[in-house]
Design a protein around this ligand. Structure first.
Ligand code: SF4
Length: 457
């Protein structure tokens, strides 16, 4: 087997960051990454099981790989579907040689040794009891402008519809000292923006007892060289007021909180086992709305959960108006294997789910169209992420995590990826902002000055 690999990643930022760790580990083992699967000796498929029909999609993709078997290639399936389906993957796709869930990535070097020695069925599947986090100093940093740090892995919440507690194991946090040391390394590599990650990032409990989550955010935000700190995903049950206070006191903590509500109805929240009520959630919203800064709020929502009545759904719609989200990711309920919701009667007709999703998205779009208007004529600091040559625009991101497409002043040089510059907003759209670069100061991190602009499609 040639020591080259191709990796394909599906799913959330946690998965994207897991792939960075896997890439770093493979490179440490002497493998070289290639961009074309045809050139790879090892094809790694990092899977996600959160969405409808995830398993079918995985097997469909594996079927496409099938045509490459016999070319001296090995196939590895990792991530949530690997953990969930386990050895069944070998039965359905016998050309796969390695199946590993995220809690066993720490053992990847040994698994790779066995693969190279010719073993054909290697598993790394953990039960929920693991205490291990997958931390490695060999993490490859593939995002050109944002460094990710996992501070907590796993989940102890067991929402009725979700597979994560079964695929990623119990909650386990890293010490604040190791998180801060990794942040220091990232900053020394030239990153000015970091994003701390966790399935429930604010459920963080420092094993050394030194810092709360809000104190850790503050310490990261105060680190010399850091300009932006983001965090995802927060859980309403563990969302405390000191997080908002930390944001108010620390300008480098970005003006954005992703706090998934899932439903506006307390009855549905209870059925979902979300461990909070509508009122609990709205109290947290009042803290955020009362902050000194204009913090954008985003959320995830599920429509058509078993038992959701028209009145329950109406509660979700009224919640949209009460919170005025900057963005909502809404989905129709579909039962995921091995979750308690599978045993519930999926009582809502598909057409009703579809119609509720349409109503929700339409209402949210109206809110966004109006709510984004508050940015008109504001000057926002934007970090440059790339360029869109077809439109002659630079693509940036505001502290509020909004995409800002803007033009430079005549004669102004094209900015480097990762640089920050002030942009006056001249037009607002429901999902993005449009503007012009101001003549004001441009901040270019030292190690980013020679980065070429990447072209974004
Ligand atoms: S909090 Fe609920 S939705 Fe989030 S990962 Fe845990 S079980 Fe899944």
């Amino acid at each position: 087997m040639s020591k080259t690999f191709y990796i394909e990643t599906f799913g959330c930022q946690m998965n994207a960051h897991d792939s960075e760790k896997v890439i770093g580990t493979l490179e440490r083992q002497g493998y070289a990454q290639v961009q074309d699967e045809a050139d790879a000796g090892l094809i790694v498929y990092n899977t996600c099981s959160i969405r409808d029909k995830a398993e079918q999609k995985v097997f469909h993709r594996l079927n496409e790989y099938k045509r490459m078997q016999g070319e001296g290639k090995r196939f590895a399936v990792i991530g949530c579907v690997a953990q969930q389906e386990g050895e069944k993957i070998f039965e359905k796709a016998p050309y796969v040689s390695l199946v590993a869930g995220s809690a066993s990535y720490r053992n990847l070097p040994q698994m790779l040794d066995r693969l190279e020695a010719g073993e054909r069925r290697i598993t790394g599947l953990d039960d929920r009891q693991t205490d291990e986090t997958f931390e490695t100093e060999f993490t490859a940093r593939t995002n050109p402008h944002r460094g990710y740090i996992t501070i907590i892995e796993g989940c102890d919440k067991f929402c009725a519809y979700c597979v994560v507690p079964y695929t990623r194991g119990k909650e386990r946090s890293r010490t604040s000292a190791s998180v801060l040391a990794e942040a220091r390394r990232i900053v020394d590599e030239g990153y000015t923006e970091i994003q701390v990650l966790g399935q429930n990032v604010n459920s963080y409990r420092d094993p050394s007892g030194r810092m709360s989550f809000a104190e850790l955010l503050t310490a990261l935000g105060q680190m010399n060289g850091i300009r932006r700190v983001r965090f995802t995903t927060s859980h309403p049950r563990d969302f405390t007021r000191d997080i908002v206070e930390a944001m108010d006191a620390t300008p480098t903590l970005c003006d954005h909180i992703h706090l998934p509500v899932q439903s506006g109805s307390t009855a549905v929240l209870q059925a979902m086992q979300r461990e909070y009520t509508r009122e609990w959630y709205l109290e947290r919203m009042s803290w955020i709305h009362g902050a000194k800064r204009d913090i954008s709020i985003t959320s995830d929502m599920i429509v058509g959960f078993p038992g959701e009545t028209d009145a329950d759904f109406e509660q979700t719609i009224t919640l949209l108006g009460a919170v005025r989200y900057d963005s909502v990711f809404a989905f129709k309920f579909s039962p995921r294997p091995n979750t308690p919701a599978v045993a519930m009667e999926d009582s809502i007709a598909e057409e009703v789910k579809t119609e509720r999703l349409r109503i929700l998205n339409e209402r949210q779009r109206e809110i966004q169209r109006e709510h984004y208007g508050r940015h008109l004529n504001q000057v926002l600091e934007c970090m440059v992420e790339g360029t869109n040559p077809a439109r002659g625009q630079v693509v940036g991101r505001s502290s509020q995590n909004k995409t800002v497409n803007f033009v430079m002043q005549p004669g102004q040089p094209a900015p480097a990826v990762g640089s920050y510059l002030p942009v006056r907003i001249t037009r607002t759209l429901p999902n993005s902002l449009v503007g012009e670069a101001e003549a004001g100061p441009v901040f270019v991190p030292e190690q980013r000055q020679r980065s070429p602009l990447v072209v974004l499609q």
